[in-house]
Design a protein around this ligand. Structure first.
Ligand SMILES: Nc1ncnc2c1ncn2[C@@H]1O[C@H](COP(=O)(O)OP(=O)(O)O)[C@@H](O)[C@H]1O
Ligand SMILES: N[C@@H](CCOP(=O)(O)O)C(=O)O
Length: 313
């Protein structure tokens, strides 16, 4: 997140009157992330995270909040939304939809070990299985229609070679039907900065606001593209295999998923290349904005295209 909307101690104190979370003790803006405004909140009852939603509308939010509540109930370490005195997870603060969730412990890492890759693979498998009993459906907001709509907006800012790559990859995935692969609830943004680690254990999965219903393998590809990636944009074979084997132990991967794997890695790289281009060239106003480098995912995408055989279990 970045702090797009400022909240004062006095404003939060009034808002917290609607909750049973005790007295406000500390409020601190969080200077990382992209999508929302987030604050760490300490009250006399514990530690929480306040989120003001900058893009998502109130009618879109019950899916995410109910999902986090569902996964938390199934033992997945994710933020549990707090209900207010009207038994609702969602409120309004500074004219923005807002919620307050439990604060998880642990720290993210930029340099995962093999043990971390194994723990993440297993955790992703567990999250996918827990998600199977979540009945709400959310089409992927960063799927094919979004790619088609976003590419023309970034095209004026990129060179002709990049535009050709973007167009050919978008066309390739538009022709494919991934709906026959196992589908379900996916996080869709489980990068290293969205996972809190406690030693070798996964202590928390956060930032569920891209979660949706899609091919489970797509989530695996998004996660592997970040967790098992060398700085030069080439997959670390040992890390990727370790991740996939741990995932497979929890949710066995199918032959159809093996066939689709190289293209899934490309589709996952394309999604983040495109969103990073958009965030770089068409940014919103904000106090503390952290744009990610699109060139990293352009390199990853090119490397996936050049690699005929992707690592598998
Ligand atoms: N429930 C939580 N528990 C602990 N830390 C959290 C929690 N939610 C967010 N954070 C912290 O806030 C940072 C930004 O949150 P994130 O959800 O990634 O924001 P955004 O949705 O804007 O991208 C995270 O990197 C993490 O340090
Ligand atoms: N993980 C994405 C950016 C999404 O922003 P987040 O801070 O909400 O996770 C990327 O690295 O491009």
């Amino acid at each position: 997140m970045s702090v797009y909307t400022t909240v004062s101690d006095a404003e939060l104190t009034v808002w917290l009157n609607d909750y049973s979370l005790g007295e406000l003790q500390e409020l601190q803006g969080i200077a990382s992330g992209i999508e929302n405004t987030n604050y760490f909140v300490t009250t006399s009852n514990g530690r929480f995270v306040l989120t003001l939603f900058e893009k998502l509308r109130a009618d879109e939010l019950p899916f995410y909040l109910n999902l986090m509540a569902h996964l938390a109930r199934h033992g997945i370490p994710c933020p549990a939304p707090m209900a207010n005195r009207h038994n609702q997870f969602l409120g309004v603060l500074k004219d923005k939809p807002a919620c307050i969730v439990s604060r998880l412990s642990g720290k993210s890492t930029t340099a995962p070990t093999l043990a971390h890759c194994a723990a993440m693979g297993a955790m992703l498998g567990q999250m996918h299985i827990a998600g199977q009993s979540f009945s709400q459906i959310m089409p992927n907001p960063r799927g094919g229609a979004w790619r088609m709509a976003t590419a023309p907006q970034v095209r004026p800012f990129i060179n002709t070679g990049q535009a050709a790559l973007l167009d050919s990859e978008i066309a390739l995935h538009a022709q494919r039907n991934y709906s026959l692969l196992p589908q379900g609830l996916i996080h869709a943004d489980l990068f290293r900065d969205n996972v809190l680690l406690e030693g070798e254990r996964v202590g928390g999965l956060i930032d569920f606001y891209f979660a949706c219903t899609d091919a489970l393998l797509y989530d695996v590809a998004i996660t592997v593209n970040d967790w098992c990636m060398r700085p030069d944009g080439i997959l670390d074979t040992t890390q990727a295999q370790t991740f996939l084997r741990a995932y497979h132990t929890v949710r066995p991967l199918q032959d159809s998923e093996h066939q689709a794997w190289p293209l899934m890695l490309r589709q996952a790289a394309l999604r983040f290349w495109l969103s990073r281009l958009f965030d770089k060239y068409l940014p919103r106003d904000g106090e503390l904005i952290h744009a990610h480098d699109p060139a990293h995912f352009e390199r990853i995408l090119k490397n996936h295209i050049d690699t005929s055989q992707a690592v598998w279990i």
